[in-house]
Design a protein around this ligand. Structure first.
Ligand SMILES: Nc1ncnc2c1ncn2[C@@H]1O[C@H](COP(=O)(O)OP(=O)(O)OP(=O)(O)O)[C@@H](O)[C@H]1O
Ligand SMILES: [Mg+2]
Length: 319
């Protein structure tokens, strides 16, 4: 499949603190991420709160430049403001909270037509036609065209947000926890819709989630992040069948619908996340890891191929 987006060694560092008593430092929100995102495929990014998922999402949406590293689209680096602007419509975003992301004073029709109007696409009649067609595709009824967001359920609002993201025919959709705010029964419906739309439009999804049962359903490739770094990355089947990083095993153990064989051998995650301001020199997971050795605290493990996917752990073969 065609690679649409390519990220190479992307970092995003934020200066923080300062002031009279503040501690000045750098938060390495994203620290060395690489991936290929292919047409019609889903790359899921997983990891616990604060590991850099949303920061990576903003970079992939070209809203924010990386501190270093390159994001390319169709093989062309988006390394200048002009290059990012030229590609911005290729990538659209769906957010976690459909309540916050839809203008409460606009009707569904107006919300869907707005991106077309802003970008000078078609006349009013053509825009209305396109909005109605997209409503049908996401499972909204034609008579809901004139309704306001508050008149819809959470799942329907997320359908509106998805429809809006697709109005300009993007090829890449970055979805940041798109079903996390929804009831579990509704989550499956919205995930099925996303998968149907992916097939119809050959969309590439960068799908952010902290929920491995959602990832198991939708992903083709998986990247597990910890403290801004990828710790395990590769085909979903390989990672779920044979997780090689202790952190991935912890996440899988905390996921209900997982293979019991792995559940037994895993330990519950203990200890605190290291401060993003003062990351340890070696492996960021070392302080919480049952397999930790002296090498782990001294030397940072880099991603390397182990059993069919990439793992950043010195002991990936033994555990
Ligand atoms: N604009 C910013 N300025 C300073 N620090 C930031 C900024 N944006 C994010 N961070 C920090 O970067 C780290 C990663 O944040 P990010 O929001 O990407 O995590 P996340 O994985 O999306 O978390 P969550 O699951 O809670 O949404 C955190 O330590 C966060 O405080
Ligand atoms: Mg986030």
């Amino acid at each position: 499949m065609t690679v649409l987006m390519e990220a190479r060694d992307v970092t995003r560092h934020y200066p923080v603190g300062g002031g009279l008593f503040g501690h000045r430092g750098i938060v390495k929100a994203v620290d060395g991420v690489s991936f290929d995102l292919r047409e019609g495929e889903t790359l899921a990014v997983v990891g616990e709160s604060g590991c850099g998922k949303s920061t990576l999402a903003r970079i992939a949406t070209l809203l924010e430049p990386p501190t270093s590293g390159v994001v390319s689209i169709d093989g062309k680096p988006t390394d200048t403001d002009a290059a990012r602007r030229a590609q911005r419509l290729s990538v659209q975003m769906v957010f976690q909270n459909p309540y916050g992301s839809l203008n409460p004073r606009k009707t569904v029709g107006a919300i869907l037509e707005e991106p077309l109007a802003i970008n000078d696409r078609g006349n009013a009649a053509a825009r209305r036609e396109a909005a109605r067609a997209m409503m049908a595709k996401v499972g909204l009824r034609a008579d809901q065209y004139g309704r306001y967001p508050h008149m819809f359920s959470g799942g329907q609002r997320q359908r509106i947000a998805i429809a809006r993201a697709l109005m300009l025919n993007p090829r890449i959709v970055v979805a940041d926890e798109p079903v996390s705010a929804l009831d579990v029964s509704i989550q499956a419906q919205v995930l099925n819709l996303l998968m149907d739309l992916q097939e119809e439009f050959r969309l590439a999804y960068l799908f952010i989630s902290h929920d491995l049962s959602v990832v198991r359903l939708i992903a083709r490739e998986v990247m597990v992040m910890y403290c801004g770094r990828p710790v395990e990355q590769g085909p979903k089947h390989s990672i779920f069948a044979d997780p090689r990083h202790p952190y991935t095993r912890v996440l899988l153990a905390a996921t209900p619908s997982v293979d019991p064989a792995h559940r037994k051998s895993s330990v519950a995650v203990k200890g605190e996340l290291p401060s993003p301001l003062d990351p340890p020199p070696g492996c960021a997971f070392a302080s919480r890891c049952p397999h930790m050795t002296a090498r782990c605290t001294a030397e940072r493990p880099l991603p390397r191929p182990v059993n069919g996917h990439l793992v950043a752990c010195h002991h990936a073969e033994q555990i």
